[in-house]
Write a protein that binds this ligand. Structure first.
Ligand code: NAD
Length: 378
């Protein structure tokens, strides 16, 4: 939560309590929250109907919550199955921000998009900062310095923001993505779309599909000259629910020019670039390779503000205001509520998570009416 949005929740009739020091790293101080109408305390869990955080609560914190309490945060269910089991068994209602459906009505609640936007911007700034030459063209009396060439692989929300930011800094930007809609999106933010003449890979919900080994190999071969010619390479490719695809091998990076820069936003989730290390800058050939780690947090103020706005919009959808007060009353008939819910009333409601934790559903027991024996009247 950020101080300037506390008023949106109190206007709904909610009482807002903020953990002491919660905003410090984003340069929001306890006094700012109090001035905005929140209570600041060391123990905010007591009496809360809804607990909102960025990362999921720790197991010990969840165990302190009474049955029926709701929690809302990023909740990577495949990484924290034990926590999901606790949430189920304790009767906690949990909502995962990464499960908010990506439909038009939910755009203002889409924290994946808001955080990807921050990360994409940061990637372009990191590339410009590490590169020891100009991004823009400079024509001076002393001569002309050509613009830097930036190649962006993966043109989703983060990649498009990296393209737009690099363009604003004056670089020439070429970009590639496996989705067919991406070419037009790349051009719309000032980039040149790289056409590899390969089939596009559309998955469900506007996302990409995983590549086959052959397709991945062919894509690497075709991208090699683009990577070799780039001053800066920014990679942001992802496939939901999978490790990030490997797009660039170390030998491709070794062909880059002296002083070139690689920024791998996907380093934490497996890496688009072979050899990138999350949170570190390593040298491969002549290139400095920067591996992203919790990249949105490197711009904590806009990341927090946009995340808080996503949360406020989702809480507003799930809150009923009455008689000057508010009741947190999610309507599970609503597609956004149902889609983002992980556990409710002792049940894991997100089916892929349920199947991963509890195994396949038992087939329904056969009833007498289902049993037909040849020759007997049914
Ligand atoms: P993402 O983070 O899952 O992936 C990032 C990008 O990597 C995607 O564009 C994907 O196509 C690309 N990619 C995957 N494999 C690749 C490969 N082998 N080579 C090159 N690129 C590869 O996706 P995202 O950025 O969260 O969203 C992707 C798209 O989803 C958006 O561009 C948009 O069309 C859609 N979207 C819709 C909504 C909405 O309607 N509310 C919200 C957000 C995103």
């Amino acid at each position: 939560m950020v101080p300037e949005l506390v008023g949106k929740l109190t206007a709904l009739g909610c009482t807002v309590a903020v953990e002491s020091g919660a905003g410090m790293l984003a340069l929001y101080f306890d006094d700012d929250y109090e001035a905005a109408g929140a209570e600041v305390s060391d123990d905010v869990l007591d009496g809360a109907d809804l607990v909102v955080s960025v990362n999921p609560l720790a197991d010990a914190e969840v165990r302190r919550l009474p049955t029926g309490t709701s929690v809302m945060s990023f909740l990577p269910t495949n990484q924290v199955p034990d926590l999901v089991v606790d949430l189920r068994d304790l009767g906690i209602t949990s909502f995962a921000m990464e499960l908010v459906p990506r439909i038009s009505r939910a755009q203002s609640m889409d924290a994946l998009s808001s955080q990807a936007l921050v990360s994409g911007y940061r990637c372009a700034i990191v590339a410009a900062g590490l590169l020891r030459r100009f991004f823009p063209l400079n024509m001076t009396a002393a001569g002309t310095v050509p613009p830097a060439e930036v190649v962006v692989l993966g043109a989703g929300v983060a990649g498009l923001q990296a393209i737009a930011t690099s363009r604003r800094l004056g670089a020439v930007v070429k970009a590639y993505d496996v989705r067919s809609a991406a070419a037009e999106e790349i051009r719309s933010v000032g980039g040149q779309s790289i056409d590899l003449q390969l089939e596009t890979l559309e998955g469900s919900g506007g996302y990409a599909r995983e590549m086959t080994q052959d397709r991945a190999q062919r894509q690497m071969e075709l991208l090699t000259p683009y990577v070799a010619a780039a001053d800066a390479l920014i990679t942001t490719a992802a496939v939901p629910g999978r490790q990030a695809p490997l797009l660039v091998t170390a030998s491709m990076v070794e062909q880059m020019k002296p002083g070139s820069v690689v920024v791998d936003l996907a380093a934490e989730s497996g890496g688009n670039v072979e050899g990138s290390v999350p949170g570190e800058v390593v040298r491969i050939g002549h290139a400095q390779v920067w591996g992203g780690a919790n990249v949105a947090a490197q711009l904590p103020q806009p990341a927090s503000k946009l995340y808080a706005q996503n949360i406020v919009n989702l809480v507003t959808l799930m809150t009923r205001s009455e008689d000057g007060g508010a009741t947190f009353a999610p309507d599970f008939e609503d597609e956004i509520v149902a889609g983002s819910c992980v556990t409710h009333e002792g049940v894991i409601r997100h089916e892929p998570t349920r199947a991963a934790i509890e195994g396949p559903l038992e087939p329904p027991p056969t009833t007498v009416a289902d049993t037909y024996v040849e020759g007997e009247p049914s």
